[in-house]
Design a protein around this ligand. Structure first.
Ligand SMILES: *Cc1c(COP(=O)(O)O)cnc(C)c1O
Length: 503
């Protein structure tokens, strides 16, 4: 038998293939190296820069080939440290105050570890009943946060962009739009709507539909009266008002649209009402934010990003639909090779594979379930309220320093710029761009900018779970120093910062 060439070849291949299952001693050694590296990263996170500008990394990483033979773990981790973890933005840093910060909760990493080692499949209830149930428990919990009634459904997506795509497709199917309708179908957005909504429309084949940008009030919130006027205009012109997308926390300025009034217009005119709460939705965990966000409960679909508002590592978005069946109708699918699924589970509409474009995907439950179970919800609520108040504190202190501030923050984003007396608009923009460059060169904190009505403004977004008062005080002190270095004259430092300077 051993002389059978087929068996001989199988034997040789097995010897090589079995290396993919390292023996316990090797697992232990590699695990200890990796965990040691990760622990070192977390232990030193407060000393690491929030941003480091380095260009040569691409070349260094490419110098390390993907080879037939193994590379020692030390070499691999060293490349990771130099080429991947050091350069650019450090998204795990509390000093990440740009865009919408993500998180990186430690227990999420352990949840991913467990999910990956077991490789549980959470797509179909039949094969992963517990895994699917865990994801549904989490979605039910989110539905409760949003205020959805029983009967709602949802899906744990990879992020807000895909979650918005799922909502767009659900709205398209629920309203029965056909290709011939697209050029007349109108979606109501604002200049503050996240660009992923436009991308989702194009990806969903709806690139031809009309985007109506509804005008904003002086705090960058969609005006419901303008929405209604636009809907009436479109209807009179023979177009099909189809969907309105409001923001519960716009990315640019953190503004929350008047959700309840927008839903009222939507209901009156048969629009699908979608709320993009990717950034702001989880602030509903904070008592003080409830009234502002209460309108989420009346939406048809809501998008949330646990990798923003629940401080998870990237890779976690969620879409919730008031009517689970609408989600299911838009995404259900079957195949001959899936015929072993019991019929009742296909129609219970509770399997993620029937509620999203994905079939095989990572088990997304544990990275959220583990931290919620091990920490409880209380520190999440506290962390979110803390970020709100830190933003208010920054808004007040930066104003006192002499910055021209954007609107009082609805949530945890605020905009600001330095305006020198008598300077031309172009010079003001250039000055603030220069100020931002200085902040980036320093790197202890990382801010970003945006453009509002042609004005270049700096923005601060507090949502990283490691951002605390000391981070904000460092930022204020840095701004003060950089202003002075650029020849501006900031006004008196706050009491806390004077203490900071003294130490
Ligand atoms: C971040 C964000 C998105 C996009 O979500 P990703 O998770 O980055 O794909 C959409 N809308 C809003 C309001 C956001 O803040």
């Amino acid at each position: 038998m051993a002389s059978d060439p087929l068996l001989a070849r199988i034997g040789a291949l097995e010897a090589e293939a079995r290396k993919l299952e390292p023996p316990p001693a090797e697992r232990t050694a590699v695990r200890e190296s990796v965990v040691g590296y990760a622990e070192g990263f977390v232990d030193r996170i407060h000393e690491l820069k929030a941003y480091e500008h380095r260009k040569e990394v691409a070349r260094e990483l490419r110098a390390l080939p993907i080879a037939e033979e193994p590379t020692p773990v030390e070499e691999v981790l060293d490349a990771l440290a130099r080429c991947v973890d050091a350069p650019g933005l450090n998204p795990a840093s509390g000093g990440h105050l740009a865009y919408i910060p993500g998180g990186g909760l430690y227990y999420s990493a352990l949840g991913d570890y467990l999910a990956d080692v077991t490789n549980n499949y959470a797509g179909i209830r039949f094969t992963g009943p517990g895994a699917v149930e865990m994801e549904n428990v989490l979605l039910d919990w989110m539905a409760e946060v949003v205020g959805f009634p029983p009967g709602s459904g949802g899906n744990l997506a990879s992020g807000g962009s895909i979650a918005n795509l799922i909502a767009v497709v659900t709205a398209r199917e629920a309203r029965g739009l056909r290709a011939r309708d697209y050029p007349r179908a109108v979606v109501y957005v604002s200049s503050q709507t996240h660009h992923c909504v436009d991308k989702a429309l194009r990806v969903a084949g709806l690139g031809e539909c009309v985007r109506r940008k509804v005008s904003l009030d002086d705090r960058y919130r969609m005006r419901p009266d303008a929405l209604e006027a636009a809907v009436l205009d479109d209807r009179a012109a023979g177009r099909i008002p189809w969907m309105v997308v409001s923001s519960a926390g716009s990315t640019d300025v953190g503004a929350v649209d008047p959700l309840e009034e927008i839903h009222k217009v939507a209901r009156a005119h048969g629009l699908w009402s979608h709320v993009d709460a990717a950034y702001g939705g989880f602030f509903a965990l904070v008592e003080a934010c409830r009234p502002l966000l209460a309108g989420m409960a009346e939406a048809d679909t809501v998008v949330l990003d646990p990798h923003k508002g629940l401080f998870l590592p990237y890779g976690s978005g969620a879409v919730l639909a008031r009517d689970r069946e609408a989600l299911w109708r838009a995404h259900r699918a079957g195949a001959a090779y899936l015929q072993d699924r019991p019929e009742e589970e296909v129609v219970d509409m509770g399997s993620p594979a029937d509620l999203s474009p994905e079939l095989s995907r990572n088990f997304r439950g544990p990275r959220l379930w583990l931290p919620l179970m091990l920490h409880g919800v209380a520190p999440f609520r506290a962390g979110l309220e803390e970020k709100l108040l830190l933003t208010r504190w920054f808004h007040r202190e930066a104003a006192a320093m002499g910055f021209e501030m954007g609107p009082e923050p609805d949530l945890s984003v605020t905009t600001f710029r330095w305006v020198q007396e008598g300077a031309e608009p172009e010079a003001v923009n250039a000055f603030n761009r220069g100020l931002l460059d200085e902040i980036h060169r320093d790197g202890r904190v990382f801010l970003s900018s945006t453009s509002l009505d042609g004005r270049f403004v700096l923005r601060l977004a507090a949502l990283a779970f490691r951002t605390h008062l000391d981070t904000i005080e460092t930022t204020l002190a840095m701004l003060e120093k950089k202003l002075e270095a650029l020849g501006a004259r900031p006004e008196g430092a706050g009491a806390l910062r004077q203490g900071l300077h003294a130490t």
